[in-house]
Design a protein around this ligand. Structure first.
Ligand SMILES: O=C(O)CCC(=O)C(=O)O
Ligand SMILES: [Fe+2]
Length: 254
């Protein structure tokens, strides 16, 4: 069996035998009223390490620096370095395998309370993000698809930022996003994260951002997933297409 095959077997065995119904139920409860849930218990250390090694390697071979903002999210800042799906699939093996694991999708579906599907729009399936310069941030936004699983590879101590803030139960009007209005009308939850953490978020109805980092590096891989509703609806992809555009077509601050 290939190394990747052995790792995927580790993942499936772990999900089948080492994940208690109680931890799934707790995550499901959190997810339903907070719009997010920490789920580090879903993945064995062997797979976390392999994904982290692959993320670190891919950041060395094919990343693009961004400093952009979009009218669709009131020009919230996006300052970061990314490796896109295209390069991840070309040079990586573990991440695409984990993303498509049927057993993983099933567990995510139990926590979400509805089926979770691979994203039909390939560029939004997974992306690596590195925040490394002072002030780097993935500013306030919603995602196009319903779910995201974020794997935290490395993060600075909380005093140096890099934590996630989110506002569940909110909707994205791309023509008039009203981010400040949304922030003042709803409670904001702030989530401290550690290396090795994973969280699931309801990203189409949870406004979210990463607090700017200073003095440190924050590396994650975001895996985006679709709800059943997403599969039949018309979805546009302006902010994500802009974010992951080829550098020569990159528009800085529309
Ligand atoms: O880095 C994070 O924790 C969130 C990333 C995110 O929101 C995104 O990639 O759309
Ligand atoms: Fe997001």
């Amino acid at each position: 069996m290939s190394d990747v095959g052995a790792l995927l077997l580790d993942l499936e065995t772990h999900l089948a035998t080492n994940v208690s119904e109680e931890s799934i139920a707790r995550a499901r409860r959190d997810f339903s009223y907070l719009g997010h849930a920490k789920i580090p218990f879903l993945v064995p250390d062997s797979v976390k390490k392999a994904v982290a090694d692959e993320v670190n390697r891919l950041l060395e071979v094919g990343s693009v620096r961004r400093d952009v903002s979009f009218a669709e999210t009131d020009h919230s800042p996006r300052r970061m370095r990314n490796v896109r799906r295209k390069e991840i699939v070309e040079f990586g093996t573990v991440i695409p395998g984990v993303y498509n694991s049927a057993r993983m999708l099933q567990s995510l579906g139990q926590i979400a309370g509805e089926p979770v599907h691979p994203c039909p729009y390939e560029p939004e399936q997974f992306v690596i993000t590195c925040l490394e310069k002072d002030g780097d941030t993935h500013g306030w936004h919603w995602d196009d698809y319903s779910f995201a699983v974020v794997w935290v590879i490395e993060t600075p101590p909380i005093a140096d930022g890099g934590f996630v803030q989110c506002v569940p139960g909110t909707v994205w009007n791309k023509a008039d996003p009203q981010i400040n209005r949304t922030l003042t009308r709803h409670p904001i939850y702030s989530v401290e994260l550690f290396s090795g953490d994973l969280y699931l978020m309801r990203t189409d109805t949870t406004l979210h951002r990463v607090y700017p980092v200073v003095n440190g590096t924050r590396k994650i891989i975001n895996m985006g997933y679709a709800s059943t509703r997403n599969l039949t609806m018309e979805l546009s992809h302006e902010t994500m297409d802009g974010l992951w555009a080829d550098p020569e077509t990159l528009e800085v601050s529309r």
